[in-house]
Design a protein around this ligand. Structure first.
Ligand code: ZN
Length: 269
């Protein structure tokens, strides 16, 4: 997690993973949703039928522009937007801004943030953001004014027991006890799976597809609750395809899986 200061709390050190997950989703969405809400309020003020309101807004802008930190509070959120110069000019003149263009610019800037985490495979660079973005997050959509570029994962829309929801959230956010994570706060120096002979890093991909521990193999193939369909439809090593399945059994499988490795980790640590 060396490059993930914002996610250093996702390490199983007493934080509620479900709450953390919801906070992350909120943060991911709010930056795209709250700023347009503020812009809508600003536009409404500039177009108010009340001349008093408009005068107050203009006076406030003039007074505020004399503050040293005014720019950082009001104009800097526009930095990085394709048409930031246009929006800043409108703000300085107390004129309404084009909300449609503003929202698309905002969503494009937000999507661009994740570009840095799209190229290098999670196994080549230890980064929770790369892992979350490439393996766990649902694919993003184009930045359009009509809808968010993000989609909520299926488990968040289901009426599931809290412990199941918590397990799925933990798995998707690297808030689990697989060795790729535990070595950041334990004395273990190797991320190699100590539960099988595959000589492979114990990460999300390993436990889903490569681990040869009898219990995991049994869970995948011969459990009384059959999860075989999860593997037949997602391919043999495609983590995002596996986690993106529209199959409710996926939640229960991840719950069983993460529970097994957590117990194993507690025995060996
Ligand atoms: Zn293994």
């Amino acid at each position: 997690m060396a490059d993930d200061s914002a996610q250093e709390d996702f390490d199983g050190q007493g934080h509620n993973p479900l709450m953390v997950h919801h906070v992350q989703v909120w943060l991911r969405e709010s930056r795209v949703q709250l700023v347009p809400a503020a812009a809508r309020l600003y536009n409404a003020l500039t177009q108010s039928i009340s001349s008093t309101v408009r005068k107050i807004l203009q006076a406030d802008m003039q007074v505020s522009s004399q503050w040293d930190d005014w720019s950082s509070h009001t104009l800097s959120p526009m930095n990085g937007l394709t048409q930031s110069y246009l929006f800043k000019g409108r703000l300085l003149k107390c004129e309404p801004i084009d909300l449609g263009r503003f929202v698309v610019d905002l969503r494009e800037r937000h999507l661009n943030y994740w570009t840095a985490y799209s190229d290098i495979h999670p196994r080549e660079r230890k980064s929770n953001r790369s892992t979350c973005h490439q393996w766990c997050a649902l694919p993003t959509k184009r930045a359009l004014v009509t809808h968010s570029p993000y989609t909520l994962p299926r488990y968040m829309l289901l009426d599931l027991p809290h412990d199941i929801i918590r397990s799925v959230a933990r798995f998707r956010l690297c808030a689990h006890t697989l060795r790729i994570e535990t070595l950041t706060w334990t004395h273990n120096t190797s991320p190699t799976c100590d539960l099988c002979n595959a000589h492979d890093v114990q990460d999300e991909q390993h436990v889903l597809f490569y681990c040869t521990h009898p219990h995991v193999v049994s869970l995948q193939r011969t459990s009384s609750i059959s999860y075989a369909s999860l593997f037949s439809s997602a391919g043999l090593n495609n983590v995002p395809a596996f986690l993106g399945q529209e199959n409710n059994e996926l939640c229960f499988f991840l719950h069983a899986l993460i529970g097994f490795y957590e117990q194993a980790s507690s025995r060996t640590s």
